[in-house]
Ligand binder design. Structure first.
Ligand code: S6P
Ligand code: ZN
Length: 188
């Protein structure tokens, strides 16, 4: 069956990551990520950590969701600003990230405890296979922006990550440089 979609074009600002016109904009603030960071007690609850611009597309297996994410620079305690991270609710659905601006990392993890760390930078193309949870982290002094395209009905499973976390955390080391550190509490 051919889906009932009309062709369309949208503009993405490659420097800021913003998508114009009818994108659905969602902000994630410190308060929305309570429990994800080791210690957020010193951070103002209203501070925006990241913003997602999503082009409205039906959540169907035949479609492709398109969005940008812009993570503000900064840290909460020793941890760099990061997204919540999620598995896709339909575990086998994959995704592609294209870096637009800034410098950061994409942390990937499987449910049996494997993990990978990939760079995000302008022009980086990262493939997120089905079954890999994914979280992005801003390491720089500027906003980190990337474009994502993923299978329309992928959905988001946040609960598994909220409960178990990722096998590694990205913190600032004593020398001021980023450090990818094992998260001892993580299940194997
Ligand atoms: C969706 C895709 C991204 C994230 C966004 C925010 O599958 O991976 O658009 O939703 O980067 O991250 P999170 O973990 O809060 O959804
Ligand atoms: Zn995803």
């Amino acid at each position: 069956m051919i889906p009932n979609m009309e062709p369309f074009t949208r503009s993405v600002d490659l420097l800021s990551g913003a998508i114009a016109a009818d994108a659905v904009v969602e902000d994630r603030r410190v308060a929305d990520l309570h429990g994800y960071y080791l210690d957020d007690s010193g951070a103002e609850p209203d501070r925006i950590i990241y913003r997602v611009y999503a082009v409205p597309v039906p959540e169907a297996n035949s479609e492709l969701q398109c969005s940008t994410t812009v993570i503000e620079p900064g840290r909460i305690g020793r941890e760099y600003h990061m997204t919540k991270g999620h598995f896709h609710a339909h575990r086998d659905r994959s995704e592609v990230y294209l870096g637009l601006a800034g410098e950061g990392l994409l942390i990937l993890a499987t449910e049996d405890g494997r993990h990978r760390v990939e760079p995000i930078r302008p022009g980086s193309l990262s493939y997120v296979p089905g079954g890999w949870a994914h979280r992005s982290v801003n390491l720089g002094d500027e906003p980190l922006a990337f474009f994502a395209v993923y299978v329309g009905d992928a959905g988001h499973d946040y609960a598994t990550v909220a409960e178990h976390g990722f096998p590694v955390r990205v913190i600032v080391g004593d020398d001021g440089a980023p450090l990818v550190k094992q998260h001892p509490g993580h299940r194997r």
